[in-house]
Design a protein around this ligand. Structure first.
Ligand code: ADP
Length: 736
């Protein structure tokens, strides 16, 4: 009994012991699981591999009580594989360098065998510095796998406390390493995907940029091709049409003829288009190689008009391989027209010159070779004189017109009262013929701003025509009037009249009405063309009305000119409107009223008519719009009995050279006074009521004095003051 009790007791004890072992194992297992789970939690939530390793590796060492860890990854780029230490903690630098250079021993084996390798070794010299005093280390190499169980790298854990190293917690290590390996691979893949996505994005951006570049280039080329005046078509070496620009479609009406069928061959197209009949065979010859290059002029009818064109063909080749042909069709119609005009012009001019020249030569010959009575001689000389005169007129007219048409005519605009000018011209004609010229005009003055010489030319031409083309009449009427800012002039004759069919061409050069009734009347056909050029150069208009056998009236319309007043004003002589505006704005800011005049003529005219308080200051530019200069005005002012004491500022020292075209900026720089200085001097002169100084920009005093004297201005004193010379003038000699 006692024995059995004892046995029972022993059994119970044994069971208890067994249970305790199981319990210990269970709790150990439990804590292992806990460790694994808590480590597992650390493995998630990282965006980048770097961050993942930075956080999970220390935790790994901690969980597994290890001292150092590193990760090596195999990288293969273009079939060459290399090893990279991705992350390491706890090893000296030298140790890592060894790893980078190549794998050997257990590290190499781990790759080849794909199993965990345990390796005890002596501590390397350089490791001692990091983990002092320890002689033995245990390395554990764990392979890292991809999803196909291929080894992609390894994890190395090292324990430097080999005495504490227990191989028996193998299960825990395995569990944690497994978790780590899975998470690591997921993270590697994740990183790879992100890198690829970034690469794709860069590539995409590059492609977009490239595409935009190509599109830009395409548009540019397209624009060039489409804006070209030439029709262009491109075909391949077989002659199949590849491209035709808009001009080609429009100009040669390709659309209607071939529709959008671009597969037709060039010469087929050419053959189909009646316009191209002339060149179709040449194109064909070029395509079959019997012609090496092509330049051809041809003409065709389009919309009932004869058109002229030129065709060039260029062989387009890339390196040595021939790609096709580019055909360029150039419209020469205008060119041909100009050519024709030029030829016609030369023949007219030479004819016009030859006729008077022939009679001059003819009569001189007679005079030279024959003994003629005195009266005959006189008669012939008269004829020679007239013909030579006609020749000279013709050449003058012709040159005038050339100058006007080429835009080289410079008009010197000055204001004039129209009536006296018209009267002057009329007087010159009054004595020369049978016609009486009546002028009908209103009481008011008729002011216009014109180039007087050119306006006289207009009246001369029109009056001369009125007389010439009314041989049977004895009267001509000129009417002047002003209405709403327009000055109207009518010149009416009672002569042959102008046939309706001539209306269109009346102002064309060399045009003359070819009627039997006027064959005997001489002329060049240039008069009216010149008149029209001049009137339009004055922003005016010219027209006429006529009735055959009754007479003709020419009508001219010019803008009325409103004369400025100088009373209480600063008068600025300046033909540059922008500069004048600037000065005026600056003066307005000081509350000073000002007026701009563009010519000395106008200034002299207004000064002469001025009766009130008069001008308060003059700012004078020397070079002005009319024929006269600023000097002419100053000289005139000096002679004025009342206003000669008005102060003057001369704003330019020198007259610019004849052919000098000022640019805006140069003008400001050239003017010796800056705007501020000009205004400052103006203000000073106005404030000092006694001053009657004429102010000039700094220059040679002697030459200024000479110039003043030459203009009749007597000087009392000259004071130099920085950038200017102030001249005190003497009271003019009023007797002279
Ligand atoms: P020209 O008088 O030298 O021939 P114009 O250019 O002055 O040249 O005139 C061109 C043509 O217009 C003249 O040939 C003439 O037939 C016609 N013509 C000009 N003025 C008159 C007019 N007042 N009456 C009738 N015909 C005129």
């Amino acid at each position: 009994m006692a024995e059995s009790l004892e046995t029972q007791n022993e059994e119970i004890m044994a069971q208890q012991e067994e249970q305790q072992v199981i319990l210990a194992k269970l709790s150990e297992r439990e804590s292992e699981l806990e460790l694994i789970t808590s480590y597992q939690e650390k493995l998630t939530g990282y965006v980048e591999l770097k961050g993942f390793l930075q956080h999970t590796m220390p935790a790994l060492l901690n969980s597994l009580s290890q001292d150092a860890a590193l990760i090596v990854i195999e990288r293969s780029r273009e079939d060459v594989s290399s090893f990279e230490v991705m992350h390491a903690i706890g090893y000296p630098k030298e140790h890592l360098n060894v790893m980078q250079q190549g794998l050997f021993g257990p590290a190499k084996r781990v790759f080849e065998e794909g199993t965990t390798i345990l390796h005890k070794r002596d501590v390397f010299g350089h490791e001692r510095g990091v983990h002092g005093g320890i002689l033995q280390a245990v390395d554990q190499y764990f392979p890292l796998f991809d999803d196909k169980q291929k080894v992609i790298g390894f994890l190395l854990l090292t324990s430097y406390q080999s005495s504490l190293f227990h191989e028996d917690n193998h299960r825990l290590t395995k569990g944690i390493i497994r978790q780590f390996g899975l998470a690591f691979y997921a993270q590697v893949m994740n990183d790879e995907r992100r890198r690829q996505a970034a690469d794709l994005e860069t590539l995409n951006q590059e492609l977009i940029t490239e595409k935009q570049l190509i599109e830009g280039q395409r548009d540019l080329i397209q624009n060039i091709l489409e804006s070209a005046h030439e029709g262009m078509m491109m075909c391949d070496s077989q002659g199949t049409l590849l491209f035709a620009n808009q001009r080609m479609h429009q100009y040669y009406q390709l659309n209607e003829r071939i529709g959008s069928n671009l597969v037709e061959s060039c010469h087929q197209i050419a053959a189909k288009i009646p316009n191209f009949n002339g060149v179709a065979s040449s194109i064909e010859a070029l395509l079959d190689g019997s012609l090496s290059h092509l330049t051809q002029r041809f003409s065709f009818e389009m919309d009932d008009q004869l058109q002229h064109a030129e065709l060039y063909a260029t062989i387009v080749s890339e390196d040595t391989e021939q790609q096709g042909y580019l055909f360029v069709f150039r419209d020469r119609t205008e060119e041909e027209r100009v050519d024709e005009m030029k030829n016609e012009f030369i023949s007219i001019v030479s004819h016009e010159l030859r006729t008077p020249l022939a009679s001059v030569l003819g009569f001189i010959e007679i005079l030279l070779h024959r003994d003629l009575p005195q009266d005959k001689q006189k008669k012939y000389m008269d004829t020679i004189y007239k013909e030579a005169h006609r020749l000279s007129n013709l050449i003058n007219d012709f040159l005038d017109l050339q100058r006007m048409e080429s835009g080289r005519q410079v008009y010197h605009f000055t204001p004039i009262n129209l009536l006296p000018t018209v009267q002057e011209v009329v007087e010159q004609w009054q004595d020369k013929q049978n016609h009486h010229i009546n002028i009908h005009h209103p009481e008011t003055e008729l002011w216009v701003s014109v180039d007087v010489d050119r306006i006289r030319q207009v009246f001369h031409n029109l009056i001369s025509n009125a007389i010439k083309y009314s041989p049977a009449a004895d009267q001509i009427d000129i009417r002047l009037s002003v209405d709403q800012g327009k000055i109207m002039i009518w010149i009416q004759d009672y002569g042959l009249g102008i046939p309706e069919e001539a209306n269109e061409q009346m102002f064309s050069k060399f045009f003359r009405v070819d009627n039997s009734d006027r064959r005997q009347i001489g002329g060049t056909g240039l008069g009216l063309a010149i008149v029209k050029e001049i009137v339009e150069g004055h922003n005016g208009q010219i027209s006429f009305s006529s009735e055959m056998g009754q007479g003709t009236t020419f009508q001219i319309e010019l803008n009325e000119y409103v004369l400025a007043s100088m009373d209480g004003q600063i008068v600025i002589f300046e033909d540059d409107d922008n500069l004048a505006k600037l000065i005026q704005v600056a003066l307005t800011k000081l509350g000073l009223p000002s007026t701009q005049l563009r010519s000395a003529e106008e200034g002299i005219l207004i000064l002469d008519r001025c009766e009130g308080e008069g001008p308060i200051l003059f700012i004078v530019d020397i070079h002005l719009e009319g024929v006269k200069t600023g000097w002419d005005f100053i000289a005139e002012l000096y002679r004025h009995p009342t206003y000669y004491r008005t102060p003057v500022i001369v704003s330019t020292a020198l007259e610019p050279p004849h052919d000098y075209h000022e640019k805006e900026i140069e003008k400001f720089l050239k003017k010796p006074f800056s705007m501020e200085r000009l205004i400052q001097v103006a203000k000073r002169l106005l404030d000092n009521k006694q001053s009657n100084a004429y102010v000039f920009p700094a220059q040679d005093k002697d030459s200024l004095s000479t110039t003043l004297q030459r203009n009749g201005i007597d000087v009392i004193d000259m004071k130099e003051n920085m950038d200017m010379i102030e001249v005190q003038i003497k009271k003019p000699d009023t007797d002279s």
